[in-house]
Design a protein around this ligand. Structure first.
Ligand SMILES: Nc1ncnc2c1ncn2[C@@H]1O[C@H](COP(=O)(O)OP(=O)(O)OP(=O)(O)O)[C@@H](O)[C@H]1O
Ligand SMILES: [Mg+2]
Length: 215
């Protein structure tokens, strides 16, 4: 059986936007985020990222664009459990062909600086299981920031967190957005979407303005 996860999505996100994507389970949110984050390519159609058509790129080209441009934050944190907090943050730098930031300890200094901005400098050498959920998600945000992404995409980043911790995570994301990082967040929760500057609704693989045209 062929599933049409997305059925003709027209979406423009401008540099510096904070966009929320809402929709019921199975509506296509993660599929859309995977395309936006260059983890997947569309079967048809065009995706322009930073002025470049990435929809027809090879997996290798795509992974370079992804590593240089996008930071990821997921509901389940996706941290390596045998690695420390700072090792998790440094993980995306291991995929670089050449060290972008000079000597190794310079990259470590940068990782520590980022951990400071998310309030985890005193947890750098802890393992993820020694952290609270909010601290694990802050580690994931720090990891997303290590390569200075233009865009951070977050798929249900607060889905596992209590209300207060979720608010802390959203405050960090808002601060990053105020400094110029483009943020796209998938959420079921209107209170979380309220942090974004605009919200796009997705239903059966179609978004807002396209519902009437296609259904
Ligand atoms: N790898 C896949 N192979 C086949 N169908 C898939 C695949 N991934 C997703 N789908 C289908 O595509 C549709 C959209 O899935 P998607 O994961 O994008 O939904 P979602 O909006 O993120 O849902 P949720 O809120 O539950 O995370 C669903 O019908 C799903 O079953
Ligand atoms: Mg999903």
């Amino acid at each position: 059986m062929t599933v049409e996860a997305l059925r003709g999505v027209n979406l423009t996100v401008n540099r510096g936007d904070f966009t929320a994507i809402m929709g019921t389970s199975g509506s296509g949110k993660t599929t859309l985020m995977n395309i936006i984050g260059c983890l997947d390519t569309p079967t048809s159609g065009t995706y322009i990222l930073n002025g470049r058509d990435v929809s027809a790129m090879s997996d290798d080209e795509l992974s370079v664009v992804r590593n240089e441009t996008v930071g990821f934050v997921f509901q389940n944190f996706f941290l390596l459990h045998y690695a420390t907090v700072i090792e998790n943050v440094l993980l995306p730098t291991l995929y670089m062909d050449a060290p972008q930031d000079g000597p190794k300890n310079k990259v470590r200094d940068k990782a520590m600086e980022i951990l400071r901005t998310v309030g985890l400098e005193d947890r750098a050498h802890f393992k993820p299981r020694q952290l609270s959920g909010g601290q694990q998600q802050r580690t994931a945000i720090a990891r997303a920031l290590i390569n200075d992404p233009d865009l951070i995409i977050c798929d249900e980043p607060t889905g596992q967190l209590d209300t207060r911790t979720a608010a802390e995570i959203m405050t960090i994301l808002s601060t990053l957005n105020n400094k110029g990082t483009t943020i796209i967040i998938v959420t079921h929760d209107p209170n979380i979407a309220a942090y974004a500057g605009n919200t796009t609704h997705i239903k059966d693989g179609l978004i807002d303005g396209d519902f009437n045209r296609r259904l």
